[in-house]
Ligand binder design. Structure first.
Ligand code: FUB
Length: 496
């Protein structure tokens, strides 16, 4: 974790205005609708009351939640090719509902510096979808990436599961079918390909359903099957005769060491995260207890679990960012270890997050949108591909954690653009007010997507340090940054 406590300004405060859509939210049953409607009100009232002091918006914080410039929800991690790809929903600024129009992709090689891959999937990808870009999950099979998402089917007004397909983990994604894969008014798909090649799609609220997916991952055999929600399998809920078990929504299904896990959001509302296990992919399920207690200022929570580089990680969401709450959520992560018998320990939300799983190499090109923490910036699609950091005001900064300078860097290069008067990229170590090891001047380049590379000398950047790119200049938006890269000092240049 950073040795330096940090604060951020609310993401919405400096963001261009967004169009607010009028939500139309279908719900599976009247009982569910009423329960959740009441819960939303209660959740809103309680949102700040239940936030631990360390998670209060004005509190200093470390690197959790892992994304600060937009609100994110419903994490679904996927390990592929040495990186964790994280698929999330996106809560609109100022939401008073689950106002969600698109999904986002992030990735990291170290669990702390996350690269923003933008939004390769949205409601508009599915011509038949009208609203509700809610909790999905992506999986890789035979080099293709299948992203299962719940949306409302415009024609029926019911929640349905769509599937998008892409040739890379970051897309682009297209609607694989042109119609729902399956539709029964329920949501929150989770997908797992078993060792024998059989893939399972589970989903549901208030029930828990599954189908066996065919090898093409875009069709299934048999009919949707309901898992019996018994209290032995999913715990006992009190106070809601319509829902006798703890299972609420947000299932996360996987296998580890021959044991099948169903992790889920329990007991609305506020939710906690619980889990069940089974000897086979369709049960019988046994309730195992709480993973994450009700915490964090969002009345929903949503689990995602992966193993990466020899450790296990638990993703979830909360309302911990400034302006955060039940409809303005943020994804966070904790490292954990399974108990020897495969049970999962209690995991609490922290502002520290997971430890860094290996340093970041500043001597290869790094995307400017690879960030551990930021203040004030936004991202946008870059004309040069990928994303860039933009909407930069004087004093904004980006923190890149655990940067391995080794014996020293001699210079810094950054790909920049500006339609304004530009400014300066200050290279600071340890904090946003830490030692300056270089200053790069950014000129007016003639346009916000007119790019040039600026360079400047660097002195004193050695060892492994948290790097802060602090942006200074005059008024208005200063400049954009697409990527950056340091050059090693001459004394440590590797022999050719
Ligand atoms: O994000 C919208 C809904 O809230 C998800 O589908 C649920 O899992 C809950 O997190």
């Amino acid at each position: 974790m950073s040795a330096v406590a940090q604060t951020v300004s609310p993401p919405a405060a400096h963001r261009p205005p967004e169009v607010r859509m009028t939500p139309t939210r279908p719900s599976p049953t009247a009982g569910t609708r009423l329960t959740r409607a009441v819960a939303w009100v209660v959740g809103l009232l309680l949102a700040f009351a239940v936030v631990p002091a360390a998670l209060q918006p004005t509190a200093a914080r470390a690197d959790n939640p892992i994304v600060q410039h937009v609100y994110t929800a419903d994490p679904a991690p996927l390990v592929y090719n040495g990186r964790v790809y994280l698929y999330t929903g996106h809560d609109e600024d100022g939401s008073t509902y689950f106002t969600m129009k698109d999904w986002r992709v992030w990735s990291s090689a170290d669990m702390v510096n996350w690269t923003d891959h933008g939004s390769p999937l949205s409601l508009t990808t599915f011509s038949w979808a009208s609203s509700d870009a809610w909790a999905g999950q992506a999986v890789q099979r035979n080099g293709r990436f299948y992203w299962y998402v719940p949306v409302t089917n415009r024609a029926t007004g019911r929640m349905a599961i769509g599937v998008a397909v892409g040739d890379s983990p970051t897309g682009p994604f297209r609607d694989a079918l042109g119609h729902p894969l399956v539709e029964n008014g329920e949501f929150d798909p989770t997908v797992y390909v078993d060792d024998d090649g059989q893939a399972y799609l589970y989903w549901g609220n208030p029930n828990l359903w599954y189908v066996r997916l065919n090898a093409d991952m875009t069709s299934y055999s048999g009919s949707p099957t309901k898992i019996p929600l018994t209290t032995a399998g999913f715990g006992a809920r009190t106070g809601d005769s319509n829902r006798p078990t703890l299972f609420e929504e947000g299932p996360w299904f996987y296998k580890r060491n021959g044991l099948y896990y169903m992790v889920f959001a329990a007991k609305c509302c506020s939710e906690f995260i619980a889990y069940s296990t089974a000897p086979g992919p369709t049960g019988p399920w046994t309730y195992r207890g709480t993973i994450m207690p009700t915490q964090g200022g969002s009345f929903t929570n949503h689990p995602g679990i992966v193993d990466f580089k020899g450790n296990s990680y638990f993703f979830y969401h909360n309302g911990a960012l400034p302006g955060g709450g039940g409809f303005t959520r943020s994804v966070a992560v904790e490292k954990f270890s399974y108990n020897a018998d495969g049970t999962i320990p209690t995991i609490n939300m922290t502002t520290t997050g997971a430890p860094q799983a290996g340093p970041l190499d500043p001597y290869v090109r790094q995307e400017a949108e690879t960030v551990a923490w930021e203040s004030g910036i936004e991202t946008e699609p870059s004309g040069e591909g990928g994303m860039d950091v933009g909407w930069i005001d004087n004093g904004d900064y980006v923190k890149v954690k655990g940067v391995a300078f080794g014996s020293g860097a001699s210079s810094f290069a950054a790909r920049v653009s500006s339609a304004n008067s530009g400014g300066t990229v200050e290279l600071r170590l340890g904090s946003a007010s830490g030692t300056v090891v270089g200053r790069c001047v950014v000129p007016n380049t003639g346009g916000w997507q007119t790019w040039t590379t600026v360079t400047c000398p660097v002195s004193g950047a050695t060892g492994t340090q948290d790097l802060y790119l602090r942006f200074t200049g005059g008024s208005g938006y200063l400049f954009n940054v697409n990527w950056w890269q340091f050059t090693r000092g001459a004394a440590v240049t590797a022999p050719r």
